[in-house]
Design a protein around this ligand. Sequence first.
Ligand code: SF4
Length: 247
Amino acid sequence: MSKKCVGKNIRYRQVHPRNVKPEISFRETHEKEQEALSFLEGVLAKNSNVVVASSFGKDSMVVLHLCLRIDPDIKGFMVTTPNKPVDTTVFRQHVIKEWDLSWQKFQVFRSEEPAPDKLYLTDPKECCRINKVEPLRKALKELKPYAWISGLRGTESDERLEKHSKIEEQYGIVKINPILDWTELDVWKYTAIHNIPVNPLYSKGYRSLGCTPCMAPGGELERSGRWQNTPLEGGECGIHTLETSDA
Ligand code: SF4
């Protein structure tokens, strides 16, 4: 990727596995699973108008699976971009068919604002705003849920751990993060135990998935491959950024 990007390098603080707080890393996955299920049961029992967001990455698949265990009719949505990897699109179609997620139950949103060609090379933050953040706002505006459920995990960065909680508000809507305290290992253990379909990009070495031009396989930390050599390296697309969500 080009190094001629606008903006200051933000230096995202990714969390090295050895620095994950003991209260998170030493807890068993099955305990976290039971806790997440009880938490989601409580949320879904009180409010029927709740939707689950999915990117069809590993974390989203776990959250979608947890939600479907409680409510097989729960509605979901996805934000897609012109640069989504073909693997993710094909995988999405496969899961929608296998898990019987009809379009009435699962909607796909995309940007209506055309982004300048290859904007990701010069201003990835703006490219993400156009292609990810705005379609997410549109989805929430159209679906009008009481709450949306996300696969946000705290151990991906210090910022996530410090600033987010399992119930918060974003874009003026309640946001539920049931696996906020799960590690990358917890996600893979749950995936293996429940035989959840896996996006084929992981078998090609990617640890964190996004758009094709903005991700690379490998890396020491989970998000090392995201937006390499840009001001957003290892960072966030803005979808989960609380500071900008009311702008
Ligand atoms: S991940 Fe890259 S291509 Fe995708 S919206 Fe963000 S900057 Fe654009």
